[in-house]
Write a protein that binds this ligand. Structure first.
Ligand code: F6R
Length: 612
């Protein structure tokens, strides 16, 4: 949430900042701003709304900028999304600026104290407190002043600071909000996330909590915030490239990412299943066989779409491995009494690896002695650095705010985990294991084949539904979480009210909602609960419900129930969720597109939720 970008080098800074902000806009788009050093002054531009508004303001000045600057794209926490609340924020003199991602929790008491000392505030943000606090501590040494100010701050932050009197210096720091430094032969960068750096460098340094970076032209150093001691940090090389974070001819990132799923799933599986034997190898999981055999219970922790992946993994692990699994929404997990100990394996599932609640959850679990493994997409993210073990999903950068390919890759990774646990604990026989591994690879091929046809069919189908105000999605067993996911996708990008239900729950209340204005999408593959789902569908039909059915090719019965059936080939029952999520994604995408919604940047949302 919120994206920050900074540059220290010799090139014109404004185009670099704008390109960085364009690549970070998925983190927030309530307002944007930038600042650069020029002629011993700070030149600042801010605009309410999307980045395009800022670009319109700064365009004519691009030619005059020097090589040091900061940019920010905002997801509002404190203060409305106005130009006045847009970052960068300044101190009283206008000579010091701050950009910030996070929340300063004690901002109110600091503001009172600084106001009493004569500081004049001009915004409603928590961030502005930082600018005045640093000003208050400043006695000629910006690095010392930032350190002194941060010693007084409670909360989360990734910040960048410039001072007009030190035109070649940029100071950055982090605590509980992501910040990565990019290193090139002629320049240094800071950014909230890797995509902003990809056009310039793939060599990065991940800052950890309570660390700061001091960037000067031609040099940089990393220090501890508390005592100022220098730190040796390793440079990591990222294997993503700049074009992976482009639209590549697709109208939206979301559509591109839907179509990337077959390859992304294969990338996630690649090298992890030994071809002839089906043996699963997860070298980074950080659990030896004794540790796997000692697991008494698994706690799965995640938010949003990643939580839906966790719900599916519970079915798989309990079925194939026989270990009890609890699934928690991270914002609940972190605050309840946790019955977690060294015999419980905690698994955090996260695309970004930066979600504040999930991070807090794994920290609590680790304190209680639990081993922590993360299923994560972003290399070097905070979760991957704090966990004992990692299973990377190899989805590539996911830019669309609505998660698609990260979700199916999480499912692929969690299925691999299930096979791995079953292999070590000998709960899956080798023949079955080989078949299940092969089925996982096959499902990627089926998605690849079916996607173009499905998109065309969904496009036609939604003409009859796109104006609806409400939707229900229902499914049973492994497809119940897909019903939740279908409803989440639809509501977040089309703003249509949608709910997901376990089909068997309908008659316990929600069936009262059924009428001609409440379309129901029912997931009805020919699986072990097929007949039960069909009974529920009959109950909906009997109440004049409008039905969209998604089922198995050749199942003629479905077309007697409604004219709107999307057929999918039969795959291994366990892997139906990977396949059945595809039409659900397409329904959400095509409806949102038809309604003229901003698919990649839905209102009020931001991709990486780094505040609680
Ligand atoms: C929905 C969506 C969110 C994320 C959630 C967790 O399409 O993308 O619900 O799944 O914010 O994010 P990560 O996986 O980064 O922890």
């Amino acid at each position: 949430m919120c994206g920050i970008v900074g540059y220290v080098g010799s090139r014109r800074v404004v185009p670099i900042l704008l390109e960085g902000l364009r690549r970070l806009e998925y983190r927030g788009y309530d307002s944007a701003g930038l600042v650069y050093q020029f002629d011993n002054q700070l030149v600042r531009y801010r605009a309410k709304g999307k980045l395009a508004n800022l670009e319109a303001v700064v365009d004519e000045h691009v030619g005059v900028a020097s090589g040091v600057g900061l940019g920010h794209t905002r997801w509002a926490t404190h203060g409305a999304p106005t130009e006045n609340n847009a970052h960068p924020h300044t101190d009283c003199t206008g000579e010091l600026v701050v950009v910030h991602n996070g929340i300063i929790e004690n901002y109110s008491s600091l503001k009172n104290e600084l106001t009493a000392k004569g500081h004049v505030f001009t915004s409603e943000t928590d961030t502005e407190v930082l600018a005045h606090l640093i000003e208050d501590c400043l006695q000629g040494d910006l690095v010392a002043a930032v350190r002194a100010a941060l010693a007084r701050v409670e909360g989360s932050y990734a910040i960048g600071v410039l001072w007009a009197k030190e035109p070649e210096l940029l100071v950055a720091a982090r605590n509980h909000s992501p910040l990565v430094m990019g290193v090139a032969s002629d320049a240094c960068y800071i950014a909230s996330d890797i995509p902003a750096l990809l056009p310039y460098t793939r060599e990065v340094i991940f800052l950890d909590d309570c660390e700061m970076a001091v960037l000067r032209k031609g040099t940089y150093s990393i220090l501890k915030v508390d005592d100022g001691c220098p730190l040796e940090k390793t440079i990591s090389v990222i294997d993503w490239n700049a074009s992976m974070a482009e639209k590549a001819g697709y109208r939206h990132f979301m559509l591109k990412e839907i179509f990337e799923q077959p390859q992304a799933i294969l990338n996630t599986v690649s090298g992890r299943i030994v071809p002839d034997t089906g043996v699963v190898d997860l070298p980074e999981i950080g659990l030896d066989p004794a540790a796997v055999n000692n697991i008494e219970r698994i706690a799965l922790v995640a938010c949003g779409t990643s939580w839906h992946a966790a719900l599916i993994a519970k079915y798989w692990i309990e079925k194939w491995v026989g270990i009890p699994v609890e699934v928690d929404i991270a914002s609940e997990f972190r605050y309840r009494r946790l019955l977690v100990n060294e015999r419980v394996l905690t698994i955090a599932i996260s695309q970004s690896g930066e979600t504040a609640d999930t991070l807090a959850g794994i920290r609590r679990a680790a304190q209680l002695g639990s081993k922590v493994v993360t299923v994560c997409n972003v290399v070097g993210s905070t979760m991957t650095r704090e966990a004992d073990g990692i299973i990377y999903t190899h989805a590539g950068p996911e830019i669309g705010v609505a998660s698609t390919k990260a979700f199916t890759c999480q499912l692929a990774a969690l299925f691999l985990l299930t096979l791995y646990l079953g292999q070590v604990r000998k709960t899956i026989d080798p023949v079955t294991q080989r078949k299940l591994g092969a089925a996982l690879i096959d499902v990627a091929g089926v998605i690849e084949t079916e996607l173009p046809r499905l998109q065309a069919e969904v496009k036609t189908l939604i003409e009859r539904y796109y104006e609806s105000k409400d939707f229900l999605f229902v499914g049973r067993g492994l497809n119940y979480p897909i019903a939740l996911e279908g409803a989440l996708k639809l509501k977040e990008i089309s703003y249509i009210h949608a709910e997901g239900y376990a089909a068997g729950e309908l008659k316990h209340g929600p069936i009262a909602l059924i009428d001609r204005d409440m379309p129901v999408v029912a997931l009805a593959p020919r699986d072990s609960v097929y007949l039960k789902v069909v009974s529920n569908v009959e109950e909906i039909k009997a109440r004049q419900g409008r039905l969209v059915l998604i089922g198995t090719s050749g199942d003629e019965h479905l077309s007697t129930l409604t004219e709107d059936v999307l057929y999918l080939p039969e795959v291994c029952e366990d892997l139906n969720p990977l396949l059945y999520t595809i039409p659900a994604q397409l329904i959400a995408y095509e409806i949102a597109n038809r309604r003229g919604c901003d698919v990649d940047q839905p209102r009020n949302l931001a991709k990486s939720v780094t505040v609680e």
